[in-house]
Ligand binder design. Structure first.
Ligand code: ADP
Length: 563
């Protein structure tokens, strides 16, 4: 149980991540399944919808001609007998037969012989010489009813029928029956193909569109009508794209076919596009969500790490403060009680007290400066200065500490003079002190430190090299973070605040420079280099040798900067 708790505490971020990621992945999988189902059903639905539209148009056409015929061709049997048929001008119903070329009456009143008269679509006024083709078509259409009349077979219903044998003269007709249901004649109309094609059909097609397709979708469908010969009769838009269309025969024009298709995509393509689009949206959403969570977790993890580092910092700093303080107190007491034999020992203890107090001062300076940086209060006094001079002075202040630890420092200067730089000498000295302090702390058994001054590509460089424990490559990017301390290997034993390099970086950046680190890895030593922008003009040191070994092999440090 305890192990489980520890595991959760340690991997809490991963646990949270997976706790969100797994349900998200399941939702995505469900979404995928439902989308692919939707893809299939929406293809069918789209086709059914298109068919419904065509059904609506054809129903309109059927309704229009049927009601017109029912109203106009409503001729009573009495009206077509004898003289009345020849003279009457008002045989037909009240409506005008819009969409008809002509109306006609065939009378079977005289046995063995039928009479046929043609009228204008208004029903008022005869057509004396009807076109032969119309005459023939009307006679052919009426022939079956004539036969019924001759056989005296009664008809039960007098519904409207059609005859499309002559494609140019399609006929809608209705039998005229007497009281005993005997057929006495036929009233008919010959459909005006041109009116149907140019006026009625386009209107019917347009009227039905809004019922099935929203405004913006209407442009995406093309409705076409082809005649029996396959010729295009009309199209709502120039025909292009997929042939995959839904079609139906046109009522009263049974050889024609009315069809609908999508302009850009077939229903299958549309459904597939929709599927891909929705899936991409869901994936994008998931990625954004996971990214957001990862970012949030990263921030939390960073904060946790920072808080852990702060805790370590407090304990490290307390230790850093306590150790030198107790030594100082012990040496102070020895001196006070006169327990130190000989001036040599007094000098040694005095030096120790001085170094430890200097270290304490440096630590406290670092902390104070760091707090100033954090609250944006750190200011710099920039002046033209000779970097070599600043480096020399810093090494001089540091010599007692170096000597105590048995270190030798080799200061190497470039040939010729260094250019002048505009720097805050005190801050640069503080940065260099921190680098030197680290070089001492992390040198392990090795006791050699090299400080190289150089001038490269408009920058003055100060490089501090040690031959100590080195820094693993993956740690090199992190060591400049505040409070960060490498937590493995030998470094464990060395105390520190984790502020030194953060401070160095801040100071150098304030000078528009940069600080870099090179290390081959564990046990191979490290080189920290400060790069400061150089300005015009030359600095101090003149005939300094290219390499100036400053320290002798033993523990004595000789600082020897020639001017
Ligand atoms: P501190 O030295 O007080 O821990 P710094 O910010 O100065 O803090 O350094 C951060 C970390 O970088 C150190 O804890 C150490 O692990 C590593 N480091 C710094 N300088 C060196 C060096 N010269 N050699 C090896 N490791 C170093």
């Amino acid at each position: 149980m305890k192990r489980l708790r520890t595991f959760f505490r340690r991997h809490v971020l991963w646990v949270v991540f997976f706790a969100v990621a797994i349900p998200l992945a399941s939702i995505l999988a469900l979404q995928y399944r439902s989308l692919s189902k939707l893809e299939k059903t929406s293809t069918v639905a789209e086709k059914v919808w298109m068919k419904n539209y065509l059904g609506d148009v054809t129903k309109e056409v059927k309704y229009y001609y049927r009601t017109t015929a029912e109203q106009v061709l409503n001729v009573p049997a009495a009206a077509i007998t004898g003289e009345r048929l020849r003279n009457s001008r008002h045989l037909f119903g009240k409506c005008e037969a819009k969409g008809a070329k002509s109306l006609f009456i065939v009378s079977f009143a005289s046995p063995g012989e039928s009479e046929i008269f043609f009228y204008k679509p208004s029903g008022r006024g005869k057509i004396i010489e009807p076109p032969l083709a119309e005459l023939r078509a009307a006679n052919v259409a009426a022939a079956p009813l004539k036969m019924l009349s001759e056989e005296r077979t009664p008809v039960q219903t007098t519904t409207v029928t059609t005859d499309e044998r002559d494609l140019e003269n399609r006929i809608i007709m209705k039998p005229i029956t007497d009281d005993s249901s005997q057929v006495v004649g036929v009233a008919g109309m010959i459909i005006d193909n041109r009116y149907f094609r140019e006026h009625y059909l386009p209107r019917a097609i347009q009227n039905s569109l809004p019922k099935f397709f929203p405004d913006d979708a209407q442009d995406n469908v093309i409705v076409t009508v082809h005649d029996g010969a396959g010729q295009l009769v009309l199209a709502t838009q120039p025909v292009k794209g997929q042939d995959n269309e839904t079609w139906m025969p046109v009522p009263y024009f049974q050889d024609w076919r009315i069809a609908i298709r999508s302009r850009d995509m077939t229903p299958e393509q549309w459904a597939h596009w929709n599927f891909n689009f929705n899936l991409a949206l869901s994936v994008a959403l998931t990625v954004v969500l996971l990214g957001g969570i990862a970012l949030a977790l990263r921030t939390v993890s960073h904060e946790l790490r920072l808080s852990q580092m702060k805790t370590d910092f407090v304990s490290n700093v307390s230790h850093e403060l306590r150790t030198p303080l107790s030594s100082i107190r012990v040496f102070g007491e020895f001196l006070k009680l006169g327990r130190v034999a000989g001036p040599e020992k007094v000098r040694e203890y005095g030096e120790y007290v001085e170094t430890e107090s200097r270290r304490l001062t440096q630590l406290i300076d670092n902390i104070l400066d760091f707090s100033k940086i954090e609250s944006d209060r750190k200011t710099y006094q920039f002046e033209r200065a000779d970097v070599a001079e600043v480096v020399g002075a810093t090494l001089k202040t540091f010599d007692v500490q170096l000597k105590q630890h048995g270190f030798g420092v080799d200061l190497r200067l470039p040939p010729g003079r260094l250019p002048v730089a505009v720097i805050d000498s005190e801050s640069i000295a503080q940065a260099l002190m921190n680098l030197l302090d680290n070089a001492v702390k992390y040198s392990g058994e090795s006791k050699e430190i090299t400080v190289r001054l150089g001038h490269r590509a408009g920058f003055i460089t100060i490089a501090v090299t040690d031959r100590g424990i080195g820094i693993a490559r993956e740690e090199q990017g992190k060591i400049f973070e505040k409070f960060y301390r490498v937590g493995t290997g030998l470094v464990h034993d060395v105390k520190g605040s984790g502020l030194g390099l953060a401070l160095v970086e801040h100071i150098v950046k304030a000078h528009r420079g940069r600080v870099t680190v090179e290390s081959e890895g564990s046990g191979r030593g490290s080189t920290f280099t400060i790069h400061l922008p150089a300005t015009e003009g030359l600095g101090g040191h003149a005939e300094t040798p290219q390499s100036a070994p400053i320290l002798s092999g033993d523990s004595t440090f000789r600082f020897d900067l020639k001017r």
